[in-house]
Design a protein around this ligand. Structure first.
Ligand code: GSH
Length: 110
C-alpha cells in the first residue's frame, strides 16, 4: 500500500516527501504543475477543493491536506520513525508549536 503526495518540485510538498522518506515509507510523488496552474484544474480540485498543495492520499484512500496535518499524520502512521518527540513530553509541545508557527505565520508569507 502506497502513500501518494500531490505537489510540485520546489513547493511546500517537500515537507511531506521528506517525512515519508525519513520514515522509509512507500510513496509516489504525483506532480501537479504550479507553472501550468494545474492545482486549479478539476482533476486536482477533486482532491483538494482549495486548490493548494500538498495533498496526501493515504493507502486506504483518504485525502489529507494542510502540511502540518499531513506531517502529524505521517508521524502517527510511522511511530517507529520517531518523527515527533514522545507523546506528553515538553519536546512534543515545542514540536507542535513550531509546526503551527510555520504553517500559520511563515507559509503565508512564502
Ligand atoms: N495552508 C496550506 C498552504 C498550502 C499552499 O499555500 N501551497 C501553495 C504551494 S507551496 C499552493 O498550492 N499555491 C497555489 C495556489 O495558491 O494557487 C498548507 O499548509 O498546506
Amino acid at each position: 500500500m502506497t502513500y501518494t503526495i500531490f505537489g510540485d518540485k520546489g513547493s511546500g510538498a517537500f515537507s511531506a516527501e521528506a517525512a515519508l522518506a525519513e520514515a522509509d515509507a512507500p510513496y509516489e510523488f504525483r506532480t501537479i504543475s504550479l507553472e501550468k496552474n494545474e492545482q486549479k484544474q478539476p482533476a486536482f480540485l477533486a482532491i483538494n477543493p482549495s486548490g493548494k498543495m500538498p495533498a496526501l492520499r493515504l493507502p486506504e484512500g483518504d485525502i489529507v491536506t494542510e502540511s502540518s496535518a499531513i506531517l502529524l499524520t505521517i508521524a502517527d502512521h510511522f511511530p517507529n520513525a520517531r518523527l515527533v518527540p514522545p507523546q506528553g513530553s515538553s519536546q512534543r509541545a515545542q514540536a507542535y508549536r513550531w509546526l503551527a508557527f510555520m504553517a500559520s505565520e511563515i507559509y503565508p508569507m512564502v
